[in-house]
Design a protein around this ligand. Structure first.
Ligand code: SF4
Length: 222
């Protein structure tokens, strides 16, 4: 059943519009993808918009249209997401960046919640982006302003929408398990660079007890 969420969509769209990189990152992936940026490829990935967001963007232009399920699995997906509108974009958003969905703006990242449940930066959405989005290997190219805006966006959404917060908190736990299996820290994009968050709660506690921050690779972000 839909939860009747009320999100400040106009403000969220306005405050989260910084480009991910200072250059057109579509130039990196489009040449290898028939000239189309990978994240604009709707095949296999159906953009998910908040209902309010869909209404607002439809009021601005005809870039977005409702996605009509064509098979049982797509219908199940639509039924399982009553708070959201499955959609597809009708053309390139190159000339109307302000009409991109929040889903598009946040790609290829997820918020990272530390062991204490605080959003401290961004992590790659490896399941969606690894092997597809070249930025996964270029964390230093992500701009400071993008990280600031994206973290602000996720903090606002997860504060209002507890279920969404719980979902991404669990995703961060999953990510810690994934990196723990590789015996590596979790790389987290922060405004000043790349922070390496420990996967074990005991290591995190030890850091805090010593008054230290996670090890850090500084980047001179633009
Ligand atoms: S975010 Fe990644 S997939 Fe999307 S245009 Fe930039 S490099 Fe390509």
């Amino acid at each position: 059943m839909a939860r009747g969420l009320r999100l400040p969509i106009t403000e969220l769209l306005k405050d989260f519009d910084a480009p991910v990189t200072a250059f057109d990152c579509g130039q990196l992936c489009a040449p290898l993808n028939n000239g189309k940026p990978v994240c604009c490829e709707s095949e296999g990935v159906i953009p998910v918009l908040y209902h309010q967001e869909f209404v607002e963007l439809q009021g601005r232009s005809d870039l977005w249209q409702a996605f009509k399920p064509t098979c049982k699995s797509e219908q199940v997906m639509a039924d399982e997401l009553p708070d959201y509108q499955l959609a597809h974009c009708t053309r390139s958003c190159f000339d109307e960046r302000a009409n991109r969905s929040l889903n598009c703006r946040s790609f290829p990242f997820l918020p990272y919640f530390d062991h204490d449940g605080v959003i401290v930066g961004l992590v790659y959405d490896y399941e969606s982006a690894e092997g597809k989005c070249p930025l996964v290997d270029l964390p230093h190219t992500v701009t400071r302003e993008y990280i600031r805006q994206a973290v602000g966006f996720w903090c606002a959404v997860c504060r209002i929408d507890e279920e969404e917060g719980d979902f991404y908190r669990d995703e961060s736990k999953r990510l810690r398990r994934r990196f723990s299996r590789k015996n590596e820290d979790v790389p987290v994009l922060v405004e000043e660079g790349l922070a390496h968050y420990p996967t074990l709660r005991s290591d995190w506690r030890s850091l805090l007890a010593a008054g230290q921050s996670p090890p850090f690779t500084p980047y001179d972000r633009s």
